[in-house]
Design a protein. Structure first.
Length: 309
């Protein structure tokens, strides 16, 4: 229902977390980032399946992105108002909706469907891009339902990380969010100047510094922000230069380091596989098992049997 004079709910996902979601949808989401320790990333992510519903008019302090992940085979009739602009939509799976911070949004739809809601602090946007563009010259634009394959794939990856990896996927989630932010700013924003390309490699001393840092704290959930801070860089700039220097992302490097340390501990024979998983920074034995088999080709148990022959 359109009425620009209707009072709106003011939301702050940073303070309210799932409570903000519940104020809008009158229920808790099926899964969210709150329970897996992603609070320090400056994001709140919720996945849920919603019946036909009419949402109240809201305005959040965060940039909000809705990603339609699991939708009916036929289009869903949707009425949506963003910042006073009304549109009737036939929404389908793979589309995304962008509502910038402090922008009003109201919607209703006629079929059940699932979506991922991502609320990102404006400061996280600024921190991600400040070395390649002036954040003060960037304005994120509202976007009605629009197909975007990359945003859709990022949404699916974040949903999978919430379900499978839990508390040990902080670095992976942060990398995905950085990719999402840069994509949104490049394709759904206006700016007074264009993005500058990030070129070059990490100086050898900084590379060694980060290698030593990862080695020292491999047993904990390392975040991209923490790694970047250790070498006095922004997360985005560090991530780009690290990959340019090593050929892999920081997340991939950390996983490989964990597997190498796990191999050494297996050879020593002093800890159980479950204990080794915790010792090298995995959330549980199944998490170690999955990455070990992917990178080594056999399970930790089979590796131990081969070593003891």
């Amino acid at each position: 229902m359109r009425n620009n004079l209707v009072p709106y709910l003011s939301l702050d996902f940073a303070k309210e977390k799932e409570e903000a979601y519940k104020r809008v949808f009158k229920r808790s989401p099926l899964i969210s980032s709150v329970s897996v320790g992603w609070d320090d990333l400056g994001i709140t992510i919720a996945y849920d399946r919603q019946p036909p519903i009419e949402l109240p008019k809201v305005s959040a302090k965060q940039h909000c992105i809705g990603i339609l992940t699991d939708m009916p085979s036929s289009p869903v009739y949707t009425e949506r108002t963003i910042d006073g602009r009304f549109m009737q939509e036939q929404t389908i799976q793979g589309e995304c909706i962008i509502v910038p911070a402090n922008t009003t949004h109201q919607a209703s739809w006629d079929k059940e469907g699932s979506a991922l809601t991502i609320a990102i602090e404006p400061t996280v946007f600024a921190q991600t891009i400040y070395e390649v563009v002036d954040p003060d010259k960037i304005e994120l634009l509202p976007q009605f339902a629009t197909p975007d394959p990359l945003v859709y794939q990022i949404g699916l990856a974040l949903k999978s990380a919430l379900i499978k990896d839990g508390t040990s996927s902080c670095l992976y989630a942060e990398t995905l969010i950085n990719t999402l932010i840069l994509h949104l700013l490049e394709h759904y924003s206006v700016t007074c100047n264009s993005f500058k390309s990030v070129e070059g490699k990490l100086p050898q001393y900084k590379l060694q510094q980060i290698i030593d840092y990862i080695d020292a704290y491999l047993d904990r959930d390392l975040s991209l922000k923490e790694l970047a801070t250790s070498v006095q860089m922004s997360p985005h700039y560090f991530s780009r230069l690290f990959k340019e220097t090593t050929g892999i992302t920081p997340h991939q490097y950390v996983i490989r380091c964990r597997i190498e340390r796990a191999k050494n501990l297996l050879q020593q024979g002093k800890l159980s596989i479950a204990e080794i998983a915790m010792e090298v920074g995995f959330v549980d034995q199944s998490h170690l098992h999955r990455h070990f088999k992917r990178l080594v080709g056999i399970t930790p148990k089979n590796y131990l049997q081969e070593f003891n022959k």
